[in-house]
Design a binder for this molecule. Structure first.
Ligand code: UD1
Ligand code: CA
Length: 453
């Protein structure tokens, strides 16, 4: 059975009060439409059609992909009209209709809905609502069979009392859809071509409407304004937090934890409050992450520790390595097993061997530090000459005195030492000592100026 998915994303989203098209607003660091497209992909359709209108060019640019077919709906004449725009390209046994501003529907829910569809039957996703106002209501007969959907604005008082609402998400036999859409009229309270009218047509044609009910309202909630966007964000985050906790991660406070990407975590991981994980983050067993850390596209090996207020991007901490508090590891930072980076240390494209240490206030860029080497406080690699970047390469067991400036390109052999305060401009051999600073003078006759009384 082939499947086409149509995603409606042409609406303006006036209540967002934004220059950005509504469907490009983000939940968990990904546009709402991006979430819907990813969910659609997980259902392995033949084709994904995205109906765009307001901000069409921006949406197209942001989400262009091989498997996505954009359809322009120049004028927004209703959800039925929107689906009709995609129909010339639709060719499948089943058609699923999703919405670019309803980002968090689970793949399992949609898969269950699609199970219901065949030539004799539609699948409709409904939701029980505490306050159904604004929603289309599901009209059932005495036997409980769905007969129609009536929009809130067209509904009678009695119909408005119905709590079962239309999510808008609908799966239909593809062979019939085009014909039903062609018969829609816009003689209703809003003067729109309602997709929902397809239900009554299908029933009149002798088809049955099977329903699935979304387990949680948030799963089918759309974001019309920034408050709803924030509610979706929190729901997403709590769901992500729950998943990680189920896998063996302790979150000190799941309400103060954010995932904006894909996290893989082992067991007995401890994450303190206000941690943000972005992109692809791999966290092995026994890792500890302190408060207020931002960790993006990084790998934390078994037992590694990221202490409070650290910022990692494209970094890897080896087994038992640690960094922070207040460490900044930029792309290409790699700490070997047991290596240590302390406070106010910035690394960029820098590799520290096993057990190497940079405890305080340093910048190591384009650098290689051998195992067990110790970088004194205030050490700076001068890696940039204004035009090019140069490398600093140190062997094992090197000892860099505090406040050394290493002017790259430069290399230091195993066991080399630099004196504190040195500006080192040429290579230092194995076991050698480089001292490159002014000699101290002591002036015993000097008198400190006195204040006049
Ligand atoms: C729709 C349903 C309603 C359901 C509700 C759930 C219809 C007629 N009504 O109402 O039963 O309870 O969703 O939220 O379908 N869109 C287009 N082009 C258009 C019109 C809409 O792309 O011409 C898109 C919008 O961008 C939006 C979605 O379709 O993402 C829903 O449209 P909207 O006008 O908000 O429908 P509702 O009135 O909320
Ligand atoms: Ca709506």
């Amino acid at each position: 059975m082939s499947l086409d998915i149509v995603i409606l994303a042409a609406g303006q989203g006036t209540r967002m009060r934004s220059a950005l098209p509504k469907v490009l607003h983000e939940v968990a660091g990904k546009s709402m439409l991006g979430h819907v497209i990813d969910t659609a992909r997980a259902l392995a359709p033949r084709k994904i059609h995205v109906v765009i209108g307001h901000g069409a060019e921006q949406v197209r640019q942001r989400l262009a992909a091989e498997d996505i077919h954009f359809v322009l709906q120049a004028e927004q004449l209703g959800t039925g009209h929107a689906v009709a725009q995609a129909m010339p390209q639709v060719d499948a046994d089943k058609v699923l209709i999703l919405y670019g501003d309803v980002p968090l529907t689970r793949v399992e829910t949609l898969a269950a809905l699609l199970q219901q569809v065949n030539e004799q039957q539609l699948g409709l996703l409904t939701v029980q609502l505490a306050d159904p106002s604004g929603y289309g209501r599901i009209i059932r007969d005495a036997a409980g069979e769905v007969q129609a959907i009536v929009e809130h604005k067209d509904a009678s008082e009695a119909q408005r009392a119905i709590r079962e609402g239309n999510t808008g998400i609908l799966a239909v036999p593809g062979k019939r859809l085009g014909e039903w859409l062609g018969r829609l009229s816009n003689s209703n309270a809003q003067g729109e071509y309602y997709l929902t009218d397809v239900i009554a047509m299908a029933v009149a044609d002798g088809l049955r409407v099977a329903t699935e009910t979304a387990a949680e309202e948030m799963e089918v909630l759309g974001a019309n304004d920034r408050l709803q966007l924030a509610q979706l964000e929190r729901y997403y985050q709590l769901r992500a937090a729950r998943q990680l906790m189920a896998q063996g991660v302790t979150l000190r406070d799941p309400a103060r934890f954010d995932v904006r990407g894909e996290v893989q975590a082992g067991r007995d991981v401890l994450i303190d409050v206000n941690v943000i994980l972005e992109g692809k983050v791999l966290i092995e067993d026994g890792v500890q992450i302190g408060a207020n850390c931002v960790i993006k596209d990084s790998i934390l090996r078994r037992g590694a520790q990221v202490k409070a207020n650290s910022h990692l991007d494209g970094a890897e901490l080896g087994e038992g390595a640690d960094c922070g508090p207040f460490a900044r590891l930029r792309p290409g930072s790699r700490l070997g097993a047991g290596a240590h980076v302390g406070n106010f240390v910035e690394l960029k494209n820098a590799v520290l061997g096993a057990g190497a240490k940079a405890g305080h206030l340093s910048y190591l860029g384009d650098a290689e530090v051998g195992a067990r080497s110790n970088i004194g406080a205030g050490t700076i690699t001068c890696n940039y000459d204004g035009a090019n970047k140069h490398r600093t390469v140190m062997g094992e067991d090197v000892f860099i005195g505090s406040n050394t400036a290493l002017v790259a390109p430069i290399s230091l052999g195993d066991g080399a030492t630099t004196g504190a305060g040195s500006v080192v401009t040429s290579d230092v051999p194995e076991q050698g000592l480089a001292v490159a600073r002014a000699r101290q003078r002591v002036i015993e006759s000097w008198k400190r100026p006195q204040k006049q009384r």
